[in-house]
Design a protein around this ligand. Structure first.
Ligand SMILES: NC(=O)c1ccc[n+]([C@@H]2O[C@H](COP(=O)([O-])OP(=O)(O)OC[C@H]3O[C@@H](n4cnc5c(N)ncnc54)[C@H](OP(=O)(O)O)[C@@H]3O)[C@@H](O)[C@H]2O)c1
Length: 206
């Protein structure tokens, strides 16, 4: 049985997206620079159908491992709304994606194996469906902040990786705001870094 994990990028001041974000402004302007290290990696570019990038580096191997372990993804509708416009026709998931929303919609099938399923009956249902679809691999709670916080608060996340980028945003969407501090405990299990980013791994204790 796979586990449930989060793997997201944050700025030095704790934002995972900038202000005025939306489908016309994915991630919110300068906040896309949080992912600079990702765009430089060949394995990520490959998933987007783009050429180039560096391979065989610590960052590139890490991205490869994340894609390899993810049997299914769960995301919130606001993250999906941005991606619906920004992702190429061959969306970068290559597997089932469960989108939390209050607005029912038929599944959206993309080239290359990605299908988006719209789940209107809550986080437990989305995760249960994702676990079945993942066929023993891990389930990634992809984002955004509201969705990750709901799963953290519900005690459903096993592992959590932050990619800390040397970028200050000053405003935007904070990842950890409003969590139940007494309930949540993290154990740091590893860290590594390159010139562009520091990766920190945690186990979420129950
Ligand atoms: N830095 C990173 O690595 C990273 C990663 C992922 C995303 N992001 C960014 O994060 C931002 C989006 O995050 P966000 O916190 O604003 O929103 P979000 O978590 O992506 O989506 C929130 C929406 O999901 C739906 N939803 C959430 N919980 C639900 C539930 N229990 N039942 C039914 N529907 C539910 C609701 O949609 P409805 O209104 O349709 O009901 C809600 O408005 C984007 O800017 C994205 O680019 C950053």
């Amino acid at each position: 049985m796979g586990i449930v994990f989060v793997d997201v990028g944050v700025s030095l001041d704790g934002y995972m997206a900038g202000p005025n974000r939306g489908p016309d402004n994915p991630m919110g302007g300068r906040a896309m620079s949080i992912h600079q290290w990702v765009f430089e990696c060949a394995s990520f570019r490959e998933h987007l159908g783009m050429k180039g990038g560096v391979s065989g580096t610590l960052d590139d191997d890490l991205i490869k491992r994340v894609f390899a372990r993810s049997g299914a993804n769960v995301m919130g509708r606001r993250m999906f709304d941005e991606g619906e416009v920004a992702w190429p026709e061959e969306a970068p998931f290559h597997g089932p994606v469960f989108v939390l929303t209050h607005h029912a919609r038929e599944p959206w099938v993309r080239k290359g194996g990605t299908t988006f399923y719209f789940v209107t009956d809550g986080i437990e249902s989305a995760l249960a469906q994702a676990k079945i679809a993942a066929k023993g691999k891990d389930v990634r709670i992809s984002g955004g902040a509201e969705t990750i916080r709901e799963y953290l608060d519900a005690g459903q996340i096993d592992e959590f990786t932050l990619h800390l980028a040397p970028v200050v945003l000053g405003d935007g969407l904070r990842l950890m705001d409003g969590l139940s501090a007494e309930k949540l405990k993290f154990e740091q299990t590893g860290s590594s870094s390159s010139a562009l980013v520091t990766h920190v791994d945690y186990r979420v204790l129950r």
